[in-house]
Design a protein around this ligand. Structure first.
Ligand SMILES: CC(C)(COP(=O)(O)OP(=O)(O)OC[C@H]1O[C@@H](n2cnc3c(N)ncnc32)[C@H](O)[C@@H]1OP(=O)(O)O)[C@@H](O)C(=O)NCCC(=O)NCCS
Length: 192
């Protein structure tokens, strides 16, 4: 099956495609070839994390996932790289430049969790989202039972603004962060 062209380099992008760097990880736009590496990631064993195990084993599943993630102007899907190796994906959805908001989602390879890479990637995302994209807020929702993710987000400066239930009755916490706090997280202060 032909490679979708959206992953090709665009004018004005750095040659290595890196959009932002953390202390250990770097972020760049996801590419079609990354799906080969994602398919080799070990799956999460926890029943409550089965949603994170994308089945990308057939070309059709890969095409559908990639088109859904990459061709929608309200979404951006970034690769999380550690020494050039793909260890996770980080997404922005509901991108609304007028309101300066987007919702984030993140998923690491099950082999790479709990080593600080997730929080490093989120802080790197702040540089890109609040800097290059000019957003003012980042939002997210996290399942009540997902204590590792909650701890990671709170550590990165997110704060609670409420909660909601999905159509199955599962409880999610609603968190947000503003540009000023995100900059503080990266050791920078904003001009007032
Ligand atoms: C959520 C995720 C991106 C976080 O990235 P990560 O690299 O694992 O997180 P970090 O190592 O940066 O931080 C995790 C923190 O949670 C803590 N933690 C781990 N398990 C925990 C638990 N069961 N309860 C509370 N805290 C926990 C860790 O000790 C660490 O805190 P510390 O740095 O203060 O010690 C990653 O775990 C992941 O991809 N999980 C599966 C998919 C997922 O849940 N995505 C989020 C959906 S909203």
């Amino acid at each position: 099956m032909a490679t979708p062209s959206i992953g090709n380099r665009r004018p004005g992008r750095p040659a290595d495609g890196i959009l932002a760097r953390g202390e250990q990880v770097a972020l760049r736009e996801l590419r079609w070839k990354d799906l080969d590496e994602m398919e080799r990631w070990p799956p999460f064993a926890e029943p409550e994390l089965q949603w994170a195990n994308n089945d990308l084993s057939t070309p059709v599943q890969r095409q559908l996932w990639y088109r859904h993630e990459m061709y929608d102007p309200t979404r951006k899907r970034l690769a999380i790289l550690l020494s050039g190796r793909l260890i996770g994906v980080l997404g922005l959805r509901n991108l609304d430049y007028k309101r300066g908001r987007a919702t984030i989602g993140i998923r690491l390879s099950a082999a790479e969790v709990d080593r600080g890479y997730g929080s490093d990637a989120i802080r790197a995302l702040y540089k890109y989202a609040f800097g290059k994209l000019g957003l003012k807020h980042l939002d997210l929702d996290v399942a009540e039972h997902n204590l590792r993710a909650q701890h990671c987000y709170l550590k990165c400066g997110f704060h609670s603004i409420g909660e909601h239930r999905d159509i199955r009755g599962n409880l999610f916490l609603d968190l947000t962060i503003e540009a000023a706090e995100a900059n503080r997280q990266n050791g920078r202060t904003l001009p007032s």
